[in-house]
Ligand binder design. Structure first.
Ligand SMILES: [Zn+2]
Ligand SMILES: [Zn+2]
Length: 742
């Protein structure tokens, strides 16, 4: 183990290294050399910078039942704390990235990205991920940002102070950037962190930009408007003008006063990242600077100027992002001002104008946005807004992930298997809408008409279709998933706006974790809490939504659906743990079946591995499998179709090993189900002695029973999923609800 002093030294070295890296102070000429090496990296406005930051972390393809979606890794927070990640919301991720890319194409920030959704959807998590990603990126080489300050060398010598007109040896320096602190009398900071290139007059600036791009062989790059249009901030302009007069137009001498340094984006220090609460209204302002000791040390020429200081969120957020939290709670005038700013790209200050260089995001809840929509001025605002919905999650595995990441580690109790899945299941059931069957292709209209809320939930979760559908119907149903998810998306009652909020679900989990009846966080305690919740109609308006056929909005019945699912899952766990059947057996059976069928179709014999002779395909095995699959007629066609589908899959995926289980997951499921039905009593026969052992009532068990019971307990508790307490709870419920029913 490392000694504590070694750990300290290691930390100290890292801090020093980072400090030096961050403090890299260079002169203006040195900055230009840096610029020439990678002009594109330096020619980014706030939108271009954010887009690069998002892309820096990369992306992945997420296979969803409704198709493949791109997920941006900035939202996974691997570089920070992954428990703070944004779960799901790939549609919103893509929409926001596209909105930022649009601003980059337009060459300037020209829209406010307004993220809306119901209370407690992941709106602020969404923005926090961008904030953290941006801050992280700015500390990397590829994210280097530069700012500058004005440096005024001391006029003091060992003989006293000399006037500004007189010459000192260091006045002949090409730059004062590297002077020691005691050789500097005064510095003037630029609060808006003007880009160092803006120090060059526009014509020269463009020449430098074009020349550098050309040198790097970059011909198709259009630098953002910011570098073409913007000029120095008011204060820097004042200082530059005064120095120009002093140095009689010698820009080299003016730029000798410039010290360039790297800066990093930081929310804590309000550098490039600012969150504005609804109560704050001044987005930027300016005030006169008085009695600043630092400024009194400036050369006489500068002392005579009235210096102004700019401040406010749009100033602090320059170069990065500003988030307006609960935007629409602000007075409409504040909002109008902001949108006016976006339209002109200019922030009006008391004495001057600031060019807007900040990505603007805002959040609001649906109710506020819906009300704002009715405002007579809304149409004039609409063009300057990009609206991005962040709804509640409607996929239960994703919903489950939220609580597993953020809540379960802090509960202080063992979490029994299926407890979190149960609550997530209920949450999603409460959010789903009955689809309008008229919107879908004829062959599946009737299926969609009969689709229950539980079936829709399963369909969204992993593409599981209702039982008894043909493979064509299943394919059509899955193809219609995107339409189904988007069915109400244009209106206010979109799917994912109403239902249980994650905040409410967290409370359910917390309360269930305090249950007296169970020592672990038990799915049965969760179900009890959910039953209670469903009765609190007055507290939770979503519970009052009109009930529809198929169980939609039947909140009082959701706990039963969830309980059934939990018992299924436990039965499954017990079955696998009791060693009754290995999972691979069904897969082997399916593979064997397909192999024999292929020989039948080709009219060939097959080589038996046991006898090493050619034999006829095993007709009794095949028909037993077909019976389990529920097939009665058209067996010949079914077999031919089966083989051609495998062949088609092989052509689609050259070089890949195609297993029948991959091509026919539904058949695998059906084989399993048929087998389970035949062997259900064996599950109970393993569960009963196991429960007796856990209850210390195993005196009268037969030797075999003891062995079975012990093995079940051992296997269930082998991984960390079940502890002995929740194994007992699970077995009690499984037996009483499923096997020992009177
Ligand atoms: Zn400035
Ligand atoms: Zn437990």
């Amino acid at each position: 183990m490392a000694k504590i002093i070694d750990l300290f030294n290691e930390a100290a070295d890292t801090i020093t290294k980072e400090y030096i890296q961050q403090r890299q102070i260079i002169s203006f000429a040195e900055y230009l050399a840096e610029f020439a090496k990678g002009p594109k990296l330096h020619l980014r406005d706030a939108a271009g910078y954010l887009l690069d930051a998002i892309d820096h972390f990369g992306s992945s393809q997420v296979a969803q039942p409704w198709g493949t979606q791109v997920r941006y890794k900035i939202f996974d927070q691997e570089f920070a704390d992954p428990s703070e990640r944004l779960v799901g919301q790939e549609t919103a991720q893509n929409a926001v990235r596209a909105a930022i890319a649009g601003q980059v194409r337009d060459g300037r920030v020209n829209r406010l990205i307004l993220i809306y959704g119901p209370n407690g959807s992941a709106k602020s998590t969404f923005i926090k991920c961008l904030f953290r990603g941006l801050a992280h990126y700015s500390r990397l080489d590829e994210g280097a940002l530069y700012r500058f300050r004005w440096i005024f060398p001391t006029r003091k010598t060992s003989h006293g102070t000399i006037g500004f007109g007189a010459r000192l040896k260091r006045d002949n320096l090409a730059s004062f950037a590297h002077l020691e602190d005691d050789q500097i009398d005064a510095t003037v900071e630029c609060e808006v962190r003007d880009h160092p290139l803006l120090l060059l007059p526009k014509d020269q600036r463009l020449r430098v930009i074009n020349h550098s791009l050309e040198q790097q062989g970059i011909t198709d790059y259009q630098a953002p408007d910011h570098f073409m249009e913007a000029s120095l901030c008011h204060r820097c302009r004042q200082v530059a003008d005064a120095l120009m007069r002093t140095h009689q137009g010698d820009i080299r001498k003016v730029l000798a006063h410039i010290q360039v340094e790297r800066w990093a984006i930081s929310r804590r220090y309000r550098r490039g990242l600012v969150q504005v609460g609804p109560q704050m209204s001044a987005d930027a302002s300016q005030r006169q600077v008085t009695a600043d000791r630092n400024l009194s040390a400036l050369p006489i020429e500068l002392q005579n100027m009235t210096l102004f200081e700019t401040f406010g969120p749009l100033v602090d957020g320059a170069g990065g992002m500003v988030e307006f939290e609960d935007m629409l709670k602000r007075p409409i005038d504040a909002f109008k001002y902001l949108l006016g700013t976006i339209e002109t790209g200019e922030v009006m200050l008391g004495q001057s104008i600031l060019k807007l260089n900040t990505v603007l995001l805002a959040t609001t809840n649906d109710d506020m946005l819906e009300a704002f929509r009715g405002h007579h001025e809304f149409p004039s605002f609409r063009d300057r807004l990009t609206l991005v919905p962040v709804p509640y999650i409607t996929q239960r595995s994703s919903e489950q992930r939220i609580y597993e990441l953020q809540l379960v580690p802090n509960l202080g109790r063992h979490t029994a298997p299926h407890a979190v899945a149960a609550v997530a299941h209920w949450a999603v059931l409460s959010r789903l809408h009955k689809p309008d069957h008229n919107n879908y292709p004829k062959p599946i209209r009737n299926i969609i008409k009969k689709l229950t809320v539980k079936e829709k939930c399963d369909l969204y979760n992993d593409g599981t279709c209702p039982q008894g559908l043909s493979s064509e119907e299943r394919a059509l149903l899955r193809e219609s998933l995107n339409d189904m998810r988007a069915e109400d998306s244009t209106g206010w009652a979109y799917e994912g706006r109403y239902g249980a909020s994650p905040r409410l679900i967290r409370q359910v989990l917390l309360r269930a974790s305090l249950s007296d009846e169970f020592e672990c966080l038990s799915p049965f305690a969760v179900i009890e809490e959910l039953k209670q919740l469903a009765t609190k109609v007055r507290e939770h308006p979503f519970l009052e939504r009109e009930k529809e056929d198929g169980g939609y909005h039947h909140h009082d019945a959701f706990a039963d659906i969830v309980e059934d699912q939990v018992l299924d899952a436990i039965e499954n766990d017990v079955r696998s743990a009791s060693g009754l059947v290995e999972e691979s057996r069904y897969e082997d059976l399916l593979t064997r079946y397909v192999n024999h069928v292929s020989h039948v179709v080709k009219g060939e014999k097959l080589l038996s591995e046991t006898t090493d002779t050619y034999e006829e395909p095993d007709e009794s095995m095949m028909s037993s499998v077909e019976k389990k699959l529920g097939l009665e007629k058209n067996i010949k066609e079914f077999r031919e179709n089966l083989i051609s589908r495998i062949a088609a899959k092989a052509i689609e995926n050259p070089g890949e090993k195609i297993s029948p289980a991959m091509v026919f997951p539904e058949y695998l499921r059906r084989l399993k189900a048929a087998y389970f039905e035949e062997n259900r009593q064996k599950v109970a026969a393993a569960a009963r002695p196991a429960l007796a052992i856990l209850n210390e009532e195993d005196k009268y068990l037969e030797k075999d029973e003891k062995k079975t019971g012990k093995m079940l307990i051992k296997n269930l508790t082998k991984s960390d999923n079940y502890c002995k307490k929740c194994t007992r709870d699970a077995l009690v419920r499984l037996l009483s609800k499923r096997f020992d029913k009177k």
